[in-house]
Design a protein around this ligand. Structure first.
Ligand SMILES: Cc1cc2nc3c(=O)[nH]c(=O)nc-3n(C[C@H](O)[C@H](O)[C@H](O)COP(=O)(O)OP(=O)(O)OC[C@H]3O[C@@H](n4cnc5c(N)ncnc54)[C@H](O)[C@@H]3O)c2cc1C
Length: 493
């Protein structure tokens, strides 16, 4: 696009939503060229910060008419490059759409704008003894809109379900500037589940500007345990096997813990040295096990869990004695990424899923791969649903460090798929894994998904080059769009 055309677009957007909310200077745009992944940076041409559905409509209308891609952005905590504008275009920050509009404690529902931070929603619902159940470890910064777009998970999703189970309706601005109401507060709406298609679509089908969400009652009682496993000197690795076997045994016993997380070796030490959560630094592995429900049922479950842990060789099972100690244990789990930075400043994290019965085998493989690529791997993950989070830490100043980390994670994800699992449990596909979609879907499957996408967005305006492989690289798409815009503007005629 010739520079005067960009100026024209800026002027149009400023007229639509106010000068202050259209960012276009280099130093402003730099803040929107990355997310929490380690992918290549890509700056947008313009960033807009609208304050209502009507303003989002105006922005989408203007950008789409001028041939620019539109990329929604919540808090930018994504781990797969979803909000990185790799094909350029206009980033729509939802930061000003940050109000909890309504809480209905009787229906146990809330209506929120997408930029509401996850914990702020639960804080708003707390006076009614309700909370928003999806609890990604990023919940202090990630937004409900970003959680819906990524279909985020979290430790307590083992019992309560991932984000899609908690979104009841969405107001969505589509690529042609129309506004669609997806879903409905009534359960079991007839017709196709378009809301189901939208949740997890990573900003490729439209921009959510309002969400109706389910609120979950706070449990009457909660009990949290730390099960600790050692490696006997004559059997290295036995502690890891024992912890993984405990996970399978707990679920096989018919217990559905609220959360069942594993931290192993290096991860336990890093977390403890940084957060002082009360984890034993000499453990080979620990399980953070939480059960919740009614007082009466918890006593029996706790006994069952203690017996299972003991039968699988746990050195000790510690119970959090009060809420402060419980919060401390969770602070350790949720601060794992920050703790790993003490080892090396950069990380590449994956979230491949495996059947629980294959956990140890794939964990061992991650260690072997890390050794081969001369990287450290920290394993802290949602063991209950087999969702591994191998965190490969490195220092970008070391030779080919990032390339090694990416190659290592590719091998790990291959192993997850070979074990009967898949490439992502919750972080989304984004830019990072879109080509890996071919490992798990046939060409026909991908073509069908591209057709669905085209129904919502025939011109490919919304977050192009994300989630689904289209055969073209982001650079190709960026170039083709630039050429089309120039042609439309008469530059080549
Ligand atoms: C320390 C850390 C821990 C994490 N832990 C977890 C975890 O436990 N579980 C988990 O699932 N994830 C986790 N994540 C990843 C990330 O926080 C989640 O994917 C989160 O849902 C992203 O929310 P966000 O607001 O930051 O979205 P962004 O990163 O801004 O955007 C993510 C995607 O959503 C799209 N999007 C954003 N808002 C909208 C909207 N209103 N309408 C349409 N599309 C939209 C964007 O285009 C992009 O594709 C973690 C990240 C970090 C940094």
């Amino acid at each position: 696009m010739p520079p005067d055309a960009r100026e024209q677009l800026i002027a149009q957007l400023q007229a639509a939503i106010g000068t202050r909310y259209v960012l276009h200077r280099h130093e402003e745009l730099m803040l929107y060229e990355y997310d929490a992944s380690t992918l290549d940076l890509a700056a947008p041409e313009i960033v807009v910060v609208p304050a209502s559905t009507a303003e989002v409509v105006r922005v989408v209308d203007i950008a789409a008419a001028a041939g620019w891609p539109v990329v929604a952005r919540g808090a930018g905590t994504g781990l797969s490059g979803g909000s990185v504008p790799a094909a350029g275009g206009v980033v729509v920050s939802l930061a000003r759409l940050n109000q909890v509009l309504k809480i209905d404690p009787v229906a146990r529902r809330a209506v929120v704008q997408p930029g509401v931070v996850n914990v702020d929603l639960s804080a708003a619902a707390a006076p009614y003894q309700l909370h928003f159940a999806p609890d990604p470890s990023s919940q202090r910064s990630s937004t409900v809109g970003g959680n819906a777009a990524e279909n985020a998970g979290g430790p307590h999703c083992l019992k309560y379900g991932i984000t899609t189970n908690h979104i009841l309706g969405a107001t969505v601005v589509l690529a042609d500037g129309s506004v669609a109401e997806l879903g409905n507060a009534a359960p079991d709406m007839p017709g196709y589940d378009l809301l189901g298609a939208f949740v997890g679509s990573e900003g490729t089908l439209g921009i959510a500007t309002e969400l109706t969400v389910r609120l979950t009652p706070d449990p009457e009682a909660v009990r949290t345990f730390l099960a600790i496993y050692d490696d006997p000197p004559d059997a290295p690795g036995r502690g890891l096997d024992a912890a993984a076997d405990t996970v399978s045994a707990i679920i096989a016993a018919g217990i559905v813990p609220a959360a069942l997380e594993m931290l192993e070796g290096l991860g336990v030490r890093l977390v403890e040295e940084y957060i002082h959560a009360g984890y034993p630094t000499d453990a080979r592995a620990v399980l953070l096990i939480e059960i919740d429900g009614m007082h009466e049922e918890l006593a029996a479950q706790a006994e069952q869990i203690a017996a299972i842990c003991q039968a699988h060789g746990a050195r000790e099972l510690r119970a959090a004695r009060d809420e402060t100690q419980r919060q401390q244990l969770w602070a350790g789990r949720k601060g794992a990424l920050a703790a790993a930075a003490r080892l090396k400043p950069h990380y590449h994290i994956q979230d491949g899923v495996v059947p629980r019965s294959r956990l140890t085998e794939v964990l061992r493989f991650t260690e072997e791969v890390a050794r081969r690529y001369e990287l450290h791997v920290v394993n802290i993950f949602h063991a209950g649903d087999g969702n591994l989070h191998p965190l490969l830490v490195f220092d970008l100043r070391e030779p080919r460090a990032r390339e090694r980390a990416i190659a290592a994670s590719e091998e790990i994800l291959h192993a997850c798929v070979a074990a009967g699992g898949t490439i992502s449990g919750e972080h989304g596909i984004g830019l990072e894994k879109r080509d890996y979609m071919r490992w798990i879907f046939s060409a026909d499957d991908i073509a069908a998904m591209l057709e669905l996408r085209a129904v919502f967005d025939p011109a490919g305006v919304m977050n192009p080059c994300k989630q689904l492989p289209s055969g073209a690289s982001c650079a190709d798409i960026k170039q083709a769009r630039g050429a089309a815009r120039a042609l439309a503007a008469g530059a080549w005629i």
